[in-house]
Design a protein around this ligand. Structure first.
Ligand code: ATP
Length: 911
């Protein structure tokens, strides 16, 4: 087999032979595998992934780390020239910490990359092909030349392919050719080379089926496709940063500048107040300054942010909500209106026909689910044959199937609305009579726009043809010559009032000579047979989900193609509207001016008998009113509304590929309750991000303040008097880096995974313009940082001989105690950071990761203080019991300070 050039002009049988394809059964599975190995995956090659070693080295790519590495080199040089006695401890420890930090950063980044890749796999586009004799749904990436593609409305075209069959097939090719209207496609050879837009017998990768069905044989995949040819000119577009990531990057940047200024100030102050005589003194001061900058600049924030977001996204996926990009997680948390379809999303989409209204009266049908058992009771005077005609008519105009499984249960394939007719029909009679008597000759499929479906069948007994229309009763009635419209309206009103979904059936018999080519031409002069009422029970969990949404200040709006009365009744049952609520219909919407529309959208919560295009208008009006809108959809025509919404929610089960592409989120179970669960998770993730921001920034503030004020007030604290060294250092460079290593990694990440601590669904949605780190948060950061520094410096003063509080320890011990206080106060602060209002003791043990990280921190700190070789590495000295108790006491100050602040805040809020 060779690559086919100009496949549009090759005679079709020759093309199929050249491609080694088989129209009837497709490629064998083994052949498909071989070809996949030969041609490679059907993907557009993007820029090659960055090699692991590069990613590791990139961890050092930071001017501050360069400075630190420079200082290490200078220190090693000084040590060498001064006779290289003993080990260059400081340089080794700092180097070790820098490498450890890089490893942690590398690990975190890899985790984030894996998570994003896993998400990509989940949202991979799928296509239907014929392989090994049957239709199969496969990942578009696995398509190979020679595959037989089966196309239907809403499919993405996965590769370039030549059409073999097309039924009213139209394709949107704007992405490839820029042509904005959909193009009609038909098989048939084209002579010679024509522009892409004119190759009506080809379908191309990257385009989508807007209508109809088709069969095509794949001629090119991956980079050999037309879009692949364009893609070679484009490099992979960088994913845009989310607003939160941007805000954090900017905060990190200017905090970095402030920290560096402070570090320089510290170095200058030390240089001025100390007697720097040797090279090694100079290096010590340099180490301190640079370490302070390295520790306090929150350069790890973006990595932690993306890990927390991507782990959050994985958690959502585990609960059936697949969020496609990290940005949507943020938007989800601020959603203020959720517009939802009804059928299948708010309801179970398990239809059971319960009533049949005919001219003679109302028949009641017993039984639940798809098991075709249940008594049919006609009202007095009603002819059971009329009831049968309605049910068998509905079955005749349906494409679903009803099967009995090996375990005797009944299963359906296809649209549940249609399957309901098969079930009800079977409760009356064996369907075999209908099946043997009628032969399907044509069909105009159901669509949400047409709201009806029509079939043409031949009666083998009489040779006549029969046209059957089933659809929304009000719509069907319009095509009838014999119908009592007032009666239909009354029947529909009565059924809708019982929350039943209504379908009307009409038919007409024709002689063969009256059959026209165009089926829509036959949709007239029908005889109305009757109306069925089917129950579609609300999903049990939805009522609670709606109540939860309302508590969280989120409006829920129902947008449905169903009858207004049915929609309203179900909306009432679900608590979506109160008893007096109203529904607006599509026809009414069309009559409104833009201003009236904008007003209506403010308080109407049920839109019924609408078509997909109304959704777009509703989304736009809500957005104009300042709402953040989530909108669900499944059909191709829902795609524009989904794209326009802040969060487009595509149905995973009933949704088409095009809709899934357009949505920002895919609901794997089509369930409304999953949207609310996702919103809640979105809010939780956002809260957690705030928690670790508060924690990290206040910890950094504590470190900077301790060193800065320690140097400024060295005399007053007794630090200078106690120092036997030439220079006065409140903390050593290695200690500062150590604090950073312990607190910035484990506890910060664990906070990012915190279970809900505040009532996230008890407050209104976050305003989108609100900054994440607002004034209130800055207040807490400064307050906590200041308390930490005061505790650390007080500890130092407490133990030192001089200062405010006279003590009896030497500088090494006092410094170790202050260092430990700082570490412990940060570990205490982890618990305080979990909520801005609730006590740290509330649900203190609910986050196992956090407990683990804190215990690990305590153990490591204990080792650094008590293990001899670590003592020499970190300049620490053993502490006795009293030291430990005092240290822990001072460290806990931050906890009590926060507890008091929260208590006052809670009392104030209650007043
Ligand atoms: P949603 O809430 O998802 O919009 P819906 O199913 O009620 O759901 P449509 O699918 O647009 O909305 O259906 C509109 C109307 O068309 C229904 O109320 C029903 O009367 C009729 N209908 C639905 N499905 C079929 C079908 N398969 N064949 C014929 N008529 C149908």
């Amino acid at each position: 087999m060779s690559t086919i050039s100009q496949p549009q002009s090759v005679e079709i049988n020759r093309l199929i032979a050249n491609l080694g394809a088989d129209l009837d059964s497709g490629l064998s599975l083994a052949e498909a595998d071989d070809r996949l190995a030969q041609y490679g995956p059907n993907s557009l090659v993007s820029t090659p992934p960055v090699p692991v070693w590069r990613r590791f080295l990139a961890q050092f790519h930071d001017p501050l780390i360069y400075l630190l590495l420079g200082a290490i080199a200078i220190s090693l040089g000084a040590w060498w020239f001064q006779g290289h006695q003993g080990w260059p401890i400081d340089a080794m420890v700092i180097l070790f910490i820098v490498v450890a930090n890089a490893c942690i950063g590398f690990f975190q980044e890899s985790r984030a990359i894996d998570a994003v890749a896993a998400l990509r796999r989940m949202t991979r586009s799928q296509v239907t092909v014929r392989r090994g004799g049957q239709a199969r749904l496969i990942a578009a990436d696995d398509l190979v030349p020679g595959d037989i593609l089966l196309l239907q409305e809403g499919d993405n075209v996965g590769a370039d392919a030549r059409l073999v069959e097309a039924n009213a097939l139209t394709i949107a090719e704007a992405a490839l050719t820029g042509e904005s209207t959909a193009v009609t496609k038909h098989p048939g050879r084209i002579e010679g080379e024509v522009p892409l837009g004119d190759r009506h017998n080809m379908v191309f990768r990257g385009t989508a089926v807007t209508q109809g069905t088709g069969v095509a044989v794949v001629t090119a995949t991956g980079m050999d496709t037309e879009v692949g040819a364009v893609a070679t000119m484009l490099s992979d577009t960088e994913q845009e940063e989310t607003p939160l990531a941007k805000e954090i990057a900017s905060v990190s940047r200017w905090l970095g500048v402030i920290v560096i200024v402070i570090a320089v100030l510290v170095m200058v102050t030390i240089s001025l107040t100390s007697n720097i005589a040797t090279m090694s003194d100079a290096v010590t001061v340099l180490f301190l300054g640079v370490s302070l900058a390295v520790a306090a600049v929150p350069e790890g924030l973006p990595a932690i942010l993306s890990i927390v977001l991507s782990i959050g996204v994985q958690r959502m996926a585990a609960r059936n909500a697949i969020v496609k990009d990290l940005h949507s997680v943020e938007t989800l948390g601020s959603a203020s209106v959720i517009c939802s379809d009804k059928t299948g999303t708010l309801t179970t989409n398990e239809m059971t026909i319960q009533q049949v209204k005919t001219e003679g009266g109302t028949a009641h049908i017993a039984g639940v689910g798809y098991e075709p058992i249940g008594e049919v009771t006609c009202s007095t005077g009603q002819d059971i044959n009329e009831v049968y005609d309605v049910l068998a008519g509905g079955a005749l105009a349906s494409n679903a199937e009803l099967h009995r499984e090996a375990d005797d249960s009944w299963e359906i394939v296809g649209d549940p609305t249609e399957a309901a007719f098969f079930v009800a029909e079977r409760k009356l009679a064996d369907p075999i009579d209908r099946e043997t008597r009628y032969e399907r000759r044509g069909e105009v499929p159901f669509s949400s726009e047409r709201k009806r479906m029509t079939t043409l069948s031949r009666d083998r007994e009489t040779g006549e043809f029969v046209v059957v229309m089933k659809g929304a009763p009000d719509v069907v009635a319009k095509y009838c010559a014999q119908v009592d419209e007032a009666q239909v309206r009354a029947d529909v009103a009565e059924l809708s009032d019982q929350a039943l979904r209504t379908i009307g059936i009409a038919s007409r018999r024709l002689h063969p000579e009256h059959i026209s080519e165009d089926l829509e031409d036959l949709e007239r002069e029908l005889i109305y047979e009757g109306t069925v009422g089917m129950i579609d029970p609300p999903r049990q969990e939805v009522r609670e989900a709606i109540a939860q949404a309302q508590r969280a200040g989120i409006r829920v709006v129902m947008i449905t193609g169903d009858h207004p009365a049915t929609a309203l009744r179900i909306a009432q049952d679900l608590g979506l509207v109160t008893a007096g609520g109203t529904a607006l219909s599509g026809i009414e919407l069309d009559k409104l001016t833009d201003a009236e529309f904008a007003e209506a959208v403010q308080d109407v919560n049920v839109f019924a008998r609408v078509a997909p295009q109304h959704k777009l208008r509703i989304v736009d009006a809500l957005q104009d009113a300042g709402h953040v809108v989530a909108m669900t959809g499944d059909g191709v025509n829902d795609a524009p509304a989904l794209k326009s919404a802040d969060i487009g929610v595509a149905m995973g089960i009933t949704g088409t590929e095009v809709t899934k592409d357009a949505g920002a989120m895919i609901l794997r179970d089509d369930n409304f309750a999953t949207i609310i669960a996702a919103v809640r998770q979105g809010r939780d993730i956002f809260d957690n991000i705030k928690k670790f921001l508060r924690y990290l920034l206040s910890s950094n503030m504590g470190e900077v303040c301790t060193v800065f004020f320690g140097v400024i007030f060295a005399g007053a604290l007794g630090l200078r008097g106690a120092s036997t060294e030439d220079i006065v250092l409140p903390l050593l460079a290695t200690q500062i880096l150590w604090i950073n290593l312990i607190t910035d990694t484990g506890p910060a990440l664990a906070l990012g995974l915190d279970p809900e601590t505040d009532d996230t669904m008890g407050r209104p949605p976050r305003a989108t313009h609100e900054r994440v780190i607002n004034l209130g948060m800055w207040g807490i950061i400064f307050w906590v940082g200041a308390v930490m520094a005061i505790s650390a410096l007080l500890t130092m003063d407490f133990f030192l001989v001089g200062g405010f509080i006279p003590g009896s320890d030497n500088l090494e011990v006092a410094r170790t105690a202050a260092f430990t206080t700082l570490v412990f106060s940060q570990l205490f602060n982890v618990f305080s950071s979990r909520s801005t209002t609730h006590s740290a003791f509330k649900d203190i043990a609910s986050n196992q990761w956090l407990l683990g990280a804190v215990i690990l921190g305590v153990v490591l700190q204990f080792m650094v203080v008590e293990v001899p070789f670590l003592q020499s590495a970190f300049g620490t000295a053993s502490l006795d019991f009293e030291h430990w108790v005092v240290t822990i006491g001072f460290a806990s100050l931050v906890l009590w300070a926060e507890e008091s602040r929260k208590l006052i805040a809670r009392i104030r809020n209650r007043v």
